[in-house]
Design a protein around this ligand. Structure first.
Ligand code: C2E
Ligand code: MG
Ligand code: MG
Ligand code: MG
Length: 282
């Protein structure tokens, strides 16, 4: 963008024209992408991938996180970091989110019936969480699938939780009453105070990947140690995400982290591949 701006300046009188053309292009692209996303579900372009989670002591599979993927017919795989915010803006996130939730729970139930008792982590976006039907949707999925509800873990972020604290408390209490567990995703990266850890019924904190990446420095190790110690003191389960090497495993294990997730164990993968991974890691 900086290069484009510098070029536009050099064009002098044509500067306005440049911006206008430039904008028209990106606006057109954005509108195209929006329309494509509106059709993505019915065109079966949305797929749930599963990333392994392992027990920190045994390194055996204990769960997975559902991570949504969009196979765009022309552009290939589009990251959820791009299309989830877009879906949120154009009001499609509830539809996509409900699909992911139902799909991930049904899949986990299938594995459960084949003898693998795994927990499934499901990311909730802000709108989906504020949506009043969330509890009813969860209730109906639970009665359809018969997966034990304690195997379902809903991931919310600090900023989402703090957006409307009263609503959050109400919503979380309702979900807890169904036996579902609640995680704070990307823990430590929000700007909120820690007080919410007392007032909300939270089971798990997921240490953000940025902290795991900094384990090679003294300060990084001190922060990870403090987060895990706080988790222990508050009786919370601690999951670390973004683990890529043995050194990080050793560090986090010695500090008492409970569950590991990261490319070291497996990347997010389609259900069939995940099942093969599962069978070869018993
Ligand atoms: P997240 O929930 O924090 O998910 C973890 C992200 O870290 C995933 O990226 C995963 O692929 C990546 N990751 C895990 N281990 C490693 C590692 O060892 N190294 C590296 N470099 N990356 C690792 P992904 O799948 O691209 O998802 C990005 C974000 O998009 C998620 O972050 C989540 O906030 C959002 N997202 C994904 N699926 C959904 C969904 O179904 N609903 C909603 N609302 N958001 C979703
Ligand atoms: Mg997550
Ligand atoms: Mg995260
Ligand atoms: Mg996240």
């Amino acid at each position: 963008a900086n290069v484009a701006r510098a070029n536009a300046k050099n064009l002098g009188g044509n500067q306005y024209l440049f911006y206008q053309n430039h904008m028209n292009e990106s606006v057109k692209e954005a509108i195209q992408l929006e329309n494509d996303l509106r059709n993505a579900l019915k065109n079966r372009e949305i797929e749930v991938y599963y990333q392994p989670q392992v027990d920190a002591q045994t390194l055996k599979p204990c769960g997975s996180e559902a991570l949504v993927r969009w196979h765009h017919p022309k552009m290939g795989l589009i990251s959820p970091a791009v299309f989830v915010p877009l879906a949120e803006t154009i009001g499609l996130i509830n539809e996509i989110g409900d699909y992911v939730m139902r799909q991930a729970i049904m899949q986990t139930c299938e594995w459960y019936q084949q003898g693998y008792s795994l927990r499934i982590g499901i990311n909730l976006s802000s709108r989906q969480f504020t949506h009043n039907d969330l509890m009813r949707t969860m209730q109906s999925i639970l009665s359809e699938t018969k997966l034990p509800s304690h195997l379902i873990d809903l991931e919310i972020t600090e900023s989402l939780a703090m957006n409307d604290a009263n609503h959050t408390k109400h919503q979380l209490n309702g979900l807890k009453a169904m036996g579902v567990s609640i995680s704070i995703d990307d823990f430590g990266t929000g700007y909120s105070s820690l007080a919410y850890l007392q007032s909300f019924p939270i089971d798990t904190i997921k240490i953000d990947r940025s902290f795991v990446m900094n384990l090679d420095s003294n300060a990084g190790r001190a922060i990870a140690k403090a987060i895990i110690a706080m988790g222990h003191a508050l009786d919370l389960e601690v999951i670390a995400e973004g683990i890529e090497n043995d050194e990080q495993v050793t560090q986090l294990r010695s500090k008492g982290c409970h569950v590991f997730q990261g490319f070291k164990f497996g990347k997010p993968m389609p259900a069939d591949d995940f099942f093969k991974w599962l069978q070869s890691h018993q």
